[in-house]
Design a protein around this ligand. Structure first.
Ligand code: ADP
Ligand code: MG
Length: 345
C-alpha cells in the first residue's frame, strides 16, 4: 500500500512499563525484604520483624516501630519517585539514608498486592491498600501502635513468567532470612525477628557491637568466642573488620561479608583484602570468616550504580583495601606474638 509504513517502535503503555521497571528492583521475595527493612531502618526503628509465608511469595511483611507516616505521606508513598529522603541528585553526596530513589514501594505495588498500616503517634493510624497492578489506592482509618507494617501479598501473581523463575518456597525463605541477616549485621543496635510460616525462627536482640551481632546471627556461643573486632580510620572513611581466628577456618567463603554504609555489597577486592590480611595464619586451602565494614563519607562513594545497590564505586578503593590488609596483618602479628609469649613464658 501507499503512505507511511507503520512504525515498529511503540511506546509501552505506562502499566506495562511500570511492571518491567519494577522487575529490576524486585526480582524475588528477598528483594522485598531488603527494601522494606531498609525503609524501617531509615524510619529509625529499634525493632524490626520480618514475617514470610510461602517463601515470601504468598506474604512478605515487615513490621517496625519507627516514626511512621502521616495520612498524606501514606497516600503518596507508593507512587514512582515518591521519596522523603532526597530532593535532588546533589543530595546523594550527603545523604545518610539507605533509600533514595523512591521506587521500592512503587515496584512492590506493581508486582504484588501492597498494604501498609502506619501510625506516627500510636493514636491516629491509617491503612493503605493499593489495587492489584498499582493503578489506584484507598486509605482508611486503622489501629496501630507507633510504626509501620508493610505487607506484600501474592508476589508475581499477575506475572506468571516471572513467578516461574523463582526457586521452591524453602529456598526463597532462606534467601529472605539471609537478606535479614545482611541488614542485621550492619545494624547491631536494632533488634530483629524472623518469623517463617507462623513460627519464630530467629531472634537477634540489640547487640553492643558488630562482633556480638555477627556471632549471634551466624555462629554458636562456643565459636563466637574466637571472633575479633578491629577498626582503623582513613581519610573520609573508617574500616571495621570482624574476623574469626584460625580456630574458625572454613573450606569455602560463604561466611564472608562486605558491608558499606549499611548495605551488603559484592566487592571481590575487599574480600581478597580480608584473605591477604590473615595470610600465613590459616591452614593452606582454608578461609577466614568475617565481615569488612566500610563507613564512608557519601561524597567519596557512589551507591547509585546498581538497581539493587549491590555495588559501590569508591573514589579511592586502594586506600580502603590497604586499610583492611594493614590493620588485619598488624592485628594477626601482635596476636601471634602474644600467643608465643604465653606459650614460652
Ligand atoms: P525511598 O526509600 O527510596 O525513599 P521507598 O519507595 O522505599 O523509597 O519509600 C517511599 C517513602 O515511603 C519513603 O521515602 C518514606 O518516606 C516512606 N516509607 C516507606 N517505608 C516506611 C516505613 N517503614 N516507615 C516510615 N516511612 C516509610
Ligand atoms: Mg526505600
Amino acid at each position: 500500500g501507499s503512505g507511511i509504513p507503520q512504525s515498529r517502535i511503540q511506546i509501552l503503555p505506562p502499566g506495562e512499563a511500570r511492571k518491567i521497571a519494577a522487575g529490576e528492583v524486585i526480582d524475588r521475595p528477598a528483594a522485598l525484604v531488603r527494601e522494606f527493612i531498609d525503609n524501617a531502618i531509615d524510619a529509625g526503628a529499634a525493632m524490626v520483624e520480618l514475617a514470610v509465608e510461602g517463601g515470601g511469595i504468598r506474604r512478605t511483611e515487615v513490621i517496625d516501630d519507627g516514626n511512621g507516616m502521616a495520612r498524606e505521606d501514606l497516600e503518596l508513598c507508593w507512587h514512582t519517585h515518591a521519596t522523603s529522603k532526597i530532593r535532588s541528585v546533589e543530595d546523594l553526596s550527603t545523604s545518610g539514608t539507605l533509600g533514595f530513589r523512591g521506587e521500592a514501594l512503587a515496584a512492590a505495588a506493581a508486582v504484588s498486592n501492597l498494604e501498609i498500616v502506619s501510625s506516627q503517634d500510636g493514636r491516629e493510624a491509617w491503612r493503605l491498600e493499593v489495587a492489584p497492578g498499582g493503578g489506584t489506592a484507598e486509605v482508611h482509618p486503622a489501629r496501630r501502635s507507633r510504626g509501620t507494617t508493610v505487607r506484600s501479598l501474592g508476589l508475581f501473581d499477575a506475572l506468571p513468567a516471572r513467578k516461574r523463575f523463582l526457586k521452591r518456597e524453602g529456598a526463597e525463605a532462606n534467601l529472605c532470612r539471609q537478606a535479614l541477616i545482611d541488614k542485621a549485621l550492619a545494624f547491631p543496635e536494632i533488634s530483629f525477628r524472623f518469623v517463617q510460616d507462623g513460627s519464630l525462627k530467629l531472634f537477634l536482640p540489640a547487640a553492643p557491637d558488630r562482633k556480638s551481632r555477627f556471632g549471634d546471627a551466624l555462629l554458636g556461643r562456643a565459636e563466637s568466642a574466637f571472633l575479633n573486632e578491629i577498626s582503623c580510620a582513613g581519610e573520609g572513611f573508617s574500616v571495621t573488620v570482624v574476623v574469626g581466628g584460625p580456630e574458625l577456618f572454613r573450606r569455602d567463603r560463604r561466611q564472608q561479608y562486605v558491608i558499606a554504609n549499611g548495605r551488603r555489597i559484592q566487592d571481590f577486592s575487599l574480600l581478597q583484602a580480608l584473605e591477604y590480611g590473615v595470610q600465613g595464619w590459616f591452614p593452606n586451602g582454608t578461609h577466614p570468616i568475617g565481615a569488612v565494614f566500610v563507613d564512608i563519607d557519601p561524597a567519596l562513594a557512589d551507591f547509585n550504580i546498581h538497581p539493587a545497590k549491590r555495588e559501590v564505586r569508591f573514589r579511592d578503593p586502594g586506600a580502603i583495601h590497604h586499610a583492611v590488609t594493614s590493620t588485619l596483618s598488624n592485628f594477626m602479628h601482635h596476636r601471634g606474638v602474644a600467643q608465643n609469649r604465653e606459650s614460652t613464658g
